[in-house]
Design a protein around this ligand. Structure first.
Ligand SMILES: [Zn+2]
Length: 477
């Protein structure tokens, strides 16, 4: 007689151990899957080089990208051999905003890759598609861009390098965003070597609207004006007699065309863009106060936006800075650099009575069934300019258009508030960037802020301001 019980016990114990191991393995896999979906899937899909091999792309056709007014600006189609290809119907028009998916990813294509490869259609349709071996359509992204306004900005810039950005001040919606030189995202793989050839120094992939670092020229007088008001408890009492130039530390600063502006109050100095008056203001400002005003106006820090890539603007004067550099800084030269986005944000805040809304480019994700999957709400950053300062600046910017440097610009029937700028960027002072920053008000009180820079074009009033006029016209028509 043999007692089998101990053997049975051993077998049962072994089965138990194996079952526990299997269970642990299974639980581990589930946990990993959940973890992957929650934390790593985004990174996995975001990793540019996985774009073609993504497991998600096997089940879902990448969704389309639209303007706010419903024009498709990126979509997935099939080539003659039935392979999926990404198409950009307007070629270069939206390249820096939308980006690309070949040769890595950029722009909204990169930022929203995860969302474009999700399908929120009806579950039973999705299951039917899976059973039939068909892909489900991905969710679509609606941007805040307005087609007509983008075209006006793009065509207005013409052959010039530079940038145009337009923002709705009450919400922060980016309505137009153009940067040149540009590229065609349809053929980026084909021309990649040429586009990225640094010896040609074109940096076409850089979005100059958000990442450009430009000398602000006279558009910086907005910042100096606010610093002056803050140093004087919000009082704009000021008088200066301009005789066409000012000499600081043996360095002579000229007014544009050496024009003598005569005796000016602050409004006149601003609307005439009087360099001598602003150099005088600069050297009489407390340097710490000047710096803190600039930093309150978002210099030397990350810009509060919902955009993925922006460049910090730089303002660097301290106790060691020479008097002549301070004078130049106050009128917009010196070492200060700024992005068009940043200038547009400052103008938006002025237009919005001092309150800054964070700029953003994406409005909502919509499923192929037409359901809204997610929506972006405007975010208020806060009051960066007091109501009194905004009120005064609005008056000064109106004077620029009515009787100042932009007097001759044809803005049609629109009420426009602005500041021109002509920024030197080389030793050769005859070559200058053309700037215009400002906003227009429509019939129903709606506003649009713009910043325009045209590299090497010349006077702001002659080139950038007329381009801004075209952008306003397209938006308000
Ligand atoms: Zn002057």
């Amino acid at each position: 007689m043999t007692d089998k019980r101990p053997t049975k016990k051993i077998i049962r114990k072994e089965i138990y151990i194996v079952a526990v191991l299997f269970f642990a393995l299974f639980a581990g896999m589930i946990a990993y899957y959940v973890y992957f979906m929650k934390y790593s899937a985004r990174d996995f899909i975001y990793n540019s080089y996985n774009s073609r091999f993504s497991v998600f792309a096997d089940d879902v056709t990448r969704g389309s990208i639209y303007t706010a007014d419903g024009t498709v600006i990126a979509k997935t189609s099939k080539d003659d051999e039935g392979n999926e290809i990404r198409l950009y119907p307007d070629e270069r028009l939206f390249c820096h905003a939308v980006g690309y998916v070949d040769k890595g990813m950029a722009g909204l294509e990169a930022e929203y890759s995860f969302d474009l490869l999700k399908s929120n259609i009806n579950l039973s349709d999705k299951i039917n598609n899976t059973i039939a071996g068909k892909k489900s359509p991905g969710d679509s992204l609606y941007t805040t861009l307005d087609y007509k306004t983008q075209v006006a900005a793009y065509e207005g810039l013409g052959m010039y390098d530079g940038a145009v950005i337009a923002i709705e001040p009450s919400t922060g919606k980016i309505v137009a965003m153009v940067s040149k030189p540009d590229y065609d995202p349809n053929t980026i793989a084909e021309y990649w070597d040429d586009i990225t050839d640094s010896s040609k120094n074109k940096s076409s992939l850089v979005n100059r609207a958000t990442s450009g670092a430009y000398p602000p020229g006279s558009t910086f007088k907005i910042v100096t004006t606010i610093a002056y008001l803050r140093a004087n408890d919000g009082d704009d009492d000021f008088s200066y007699t301009c005789n066409g130039s000012i000499t600081v530390d043996d360095y002579k600063i000229h007014c544009s065309s050496n024009k003598s502006h005569g005796t000016e109050n602050l409004l006149k100095a601003f609307s005439n863009s009087c360099n001598s008056a602003y150099a005088y203001i600069g050297i009489n400002l407390d340097r710490d106060q000047f710096t803190s005003a600039a930093e309150d106006l978002l210099f030397n820090g990350e810009l509060p936006t919902m955009l993925s890539t922006t460049k910090k603007s730089s303002f660097t004067i301290d106790s060691s800075t020479s008097e002549s550099v301070v004078a130049q800084t106050a009128m917009g030269q010196g070492d200060t650099t700024v992005s068009p986005l940043h200038m547009c944000m400052l103008v938006s805040a002025i237009a919005n009575n001092g309150t800054l809304m964070e700029p953003y480019l994406t409005d909502k994700m919509v499923s192929a069934d037409g359901d809204i999957v997610s929506q972006v709400d405007p975010v208020e950053y806060g009051q960066i300019i007091t109501e009194n300062e905004a009120d005064l600046l609005q008056g000064y910017m109106a004077a620029v258009v009515e009787e100042g440097t932009a007097e001759k610009v044809d803005f049609g029937d629109l009420t426009v508030y602005g500041k021109t700028g002509t920024a030197e960027y080389t030793e050769n002072k005859s070559v200058t960037h053309s700037w215009f920053v400002g906003y227009a008000v429509g019939d129903n009180g709606e506003k649009l802020a713009v910043a325009v820079i045209m590299e090497g074009a010349g006077y702001g009033s002659k080139y950038a301001a007329p381009l801004a006029a075209k952008v306003f016209e397209a938006y308000f028509q």
